[in-house]
Write a protein that binds this ligand. Sequence first.
Ligand code: ASP
Length: 344
Amino acid sequence: MKKLLLTALFSTTAAILSPYALSAEVPFAIAIHGGAGTIEKSRFTPEQEKAYRAKLKEAVETGYRVLEGGGESLDAVTAAINVLENSPYFNAGRGAVYTYDGSHELDASIMDGRDRQAGAIAGVKHIENPINLARLVMEESVHVMLSGQGAEEFAKQQGLSLVENNLFDTEKRYKSLLKAKEKLDKAKATSKDYQAAHNALPDNYKMGTVGAVALDKNGNLAAGTSTGGMTAKRFGRIGDAPVIGAGTFADNASCAVSATGHGEYFIRYNVAADICARVQYQDKTIVQAGNEVINDVLKPIGGTGGVIIIDSKGNMSLPFNTSGMYRASKSNSQATKVAIFKDE
Ligand code: ASP
């Protein structure tokens, strides 16, 4: 009996002291989004809805596995975003929207919460996985943001092969371009009219982007965002996704954020950095800070969209002010959650 008691005592102590038991207490987590907008259940067939949910699940679980295996949050973010970029369902990589001129121009950025290192690319046309190039800019260049041809020259130097722009063609996005142009061309006379007509386009023409935020077992945060931007964008328009502080932000001292929405507003209101500043300087929780910026600041002025946020304890918040946002999350204490519509 005494022996039994001793064995029980020993195994309990061992369980408490074992590094495994300790590491099991360390939080790690990931959240992803696949864009916000007028996303209503009535627009999906049951099969389509199932397929979107399955892809979101695959992306979040791909990132989660990196974290679970002790990998860095930057790797988890990159891996999750690659899954979404490689899918035609989302407006990034393979599913990128068309510019007014009928091509695809891609933007992306990534940020490391350890030291606020960041990399971004804007307006690239021949990069299969823009988030990978953003990461190379961060890790292998002395700059933060590269654009257009220069960014692609850098990509070649880094050993990335360039792809044809038509790799990103999809019938669905092409139809959206034709519809958007029909609406826009009526208002082409002056650039102000054009701008107003563009603003008046339904959300679905303006939105869609993918992103991920993660916390790894070492307590490091990271955020990344990748997008095709807005349907029928012109004149080399660049949105918020590659703008550090607007579409992407990460700092271990506060939080990590990836945004999706009407980029012009997200740039002007410095959305991702504003949320983290509220956490850092006003002691707000990520839930409070996210809701304030998305619902109190952006919504009244017409800034539609949403964000995913994570803090250094592994708390996650995914607020948006549109009818839906493709999203998913998973942590060491929370099973995979996938959602699309508002009330779920
Ligand atoms: N924010 C992106 C842009 O303005 C689009 C989106 O997220 O829906 O380019």
